[in-house]
Ligand binder design. Structure first.
Ligand code: FE
Length: 340
C-alpha cells in the first residue's frame, strides 16, 4: 500500500517539479564561494574574477581587518556563511587554526604548488604570496658593505641611525617570533634591546613612514616589507633608498605570507578548495603577487620585473607556523625590551 503510494508519488508531475527545485537549489549553492578577506578588495578581486571566468563559480567577499574577521568567524560559529579566510600574515592564520575556525585540506595541487615552509604542517592554511621583510637604507649615508644582518642593527655602530615601525604591528611580532625560533629568547631579547638603544626616533606608525624618515635623513636604516619600498619608489624613483638583503650567509631574509584557509563550517567546501587550488596555480600566482609587488609563493612563477630589479635573495626556510606559536612570547619580549 505504502509502496504503491510512493510509486504514484514518484511518477507524478508534482514530484518531478519538486526534484527540479531541489537540484536547482543545490547547484545554485555550489556555484558560489564566500570569502572573508583581510587583503583589500583591489588585491583580491582580479583573482576572483579570473576564477569566476574559468569555472563559472561566483565569489562573494567581505573585507575587514584581521581581528574583526576572526572575531566574526568565531561569533558566527557553525552558522558562518564564510568558506575561506584570507589574511596578510601567517600569525593570524595560525591563530584562526588554533581557534578551530579552519579545517585541514588534503590537496596534491596545493602540496605541489606551495613550499612546505609556507604552509601549515596540519594543512589548515597555505601561503599564496611572500612578503619579504628586509633592510632598506639611505644610499647617501650607508654603504651596503656596512650592513649584514637584522641582528647586527643592534650593534652600537648604528646608534641613533635606526628607525623601526611600532612593535604593535603583527609584521614585527612575526619577525621577532622567528628570531626567537632561531636564537632563543635570551639572545633575541639582547638583540631587540640593542635595536631600541639605536633608535633615532620613537617607533613609527607604519612602514611607509619609516621609509620616509630614512629618505629624509632622519635615520639611516629601517626594516620594512619590500612592497612599501616599491610603492614609494614608483611614486618617486629619485629617493635615496635601496634594498639590502640581510642574513644571506645565515638563516635568510624573514618572509611572511598572504595566505588562506578553508573555514571549518563553510557551506561550499568543494568550491572553496577549488578556489584555493586556483589561487596557487600559475595563472593566479602572477596576479596575486604582482598586484601588490609581492613574491609568488609558488617558486616556479616569475617575479614581476620591477620587483626582480631589487635582486635575488635567500629566504628563511623555517616554517611560518613558528610566527604564530611564538607570537605571544615575541610580544612579551618586545615589551620587556622597551620596544613600543
Ligand atoms: Fe602591509
Amino acid at each position: 500500500m505504502f509502496k504503491l503510494n510512493m510509486n504514484n508519488f514518484f511518477a507524478s508531475g508534482a514530484c518531478a517539479i519538486f526534484a527540479i527545485f531541489l537540484l536547482a537549489g543545490q547547484s545554485a549553492r555550489a556555484q558560489e564561494v564566500v570569502v572573508y578577506s583581510a587583503r583589500i578588495e583591489q588585491l583580491i578581486k582580479p583573482m576572483f574574477d579570473a576564477f569566476t571566468k574559468e569555472t563559472g563559480i561566483k565569489v562573494k567577499y567581505t573585507t575587514d581587518n584581521e581581528g574583526a574577521l576572526l572575531a566574526r568567524l568565531e561569533a558566527e560559529g557553525k552558522n558562518t556563511p564564510a568558506d575561506m579566510l584570507i589574511t596578510a600574515d601567517a600569525g593570524n592564520l595560525w591563530a584562526a587554526a588554533r581557534a578551530g575556525l579552519l579545517k585541514p585540506v588534503q590537496s596534491d595541487v596545493l602540496e605541489k604548488n606551495i613550499p612546505a615552509h609556507l604552509q601549515d604542517p596540519q594543512n589548515e592554511w597555505f601561503g599564496l604570496s611572500i612578503r619579504a621583510r628586509t633592510i632598506i637604507y639611505n644610499t647617501n649615508k650607508v654603504k651596503p658593505g656596512e650592513l649584514s644582518t637584522y641582528e647586527d642593527l643592534a650593534d652600537p655602530k648604528w646608534n641613533k641611525r635606526l628607525c623601526l615601525r611600532t612593535s604593535k604591528k603583527v609584521y614585527n611580532q612575526s619577525l621577532v617570533a622567528m628570531m626567537i625560533a632561531e636564537h632563543g629568547e635570551a639572545e633575541t631579547e639582547k638583540i631587540v634591546k640593542g635595536w631600541v638603544a639605536n633608535l633615532a626616533t620613537d617607533p613609527l606608525s607604519d612602514d611607509t613612514r619609516a621609509l620616509e624618515f630614512v629618505a629624509a635623513g632622519k635615520c639611516d636604516v629601517t626594516i620594512v616589507n619590500t612592497y612599501y619600498y616599491g610603492r614609494l619608489m614608483q611614486k618617486d624613483p629619485k629617493l635615496p633608498l635601496a634594498v639590502f638583503w640581510p642574513n644571506q650567509s645565515q638563516g635568510g631574509v624573514h618572509v611572511n605570507i598572504s595566505g588562506a584557509g578553508i573555514t571549518r563550517y563553510g557551506k561550499h567546501p568543494q568550491a572553496a578548495i577549488q578556489l584555493l587550488e586556483f589561487l596557487s596555480s600559475d595563472k593566479a600566482q602572477n596576479l596575486f603577487a604582482d598586484v601588490n609587488m609581492e613574491y609568488p609563493a609558488n617558486p616556479n612563477i616569475k617575479v614581476d620585473a620591477f620587483v626582480a630589479s631589487w635582486g635575488d635573495f635567500k629566504q628563511n626556510p623555517m616554517n611560518l607556523a613558528k610566527a604564530g606559536e611564538l607570537q605571544t612570547a615575541a610580544v612579551k619580549l618586545m615589551d620587556r625590551a622597551g620596544y613600543r
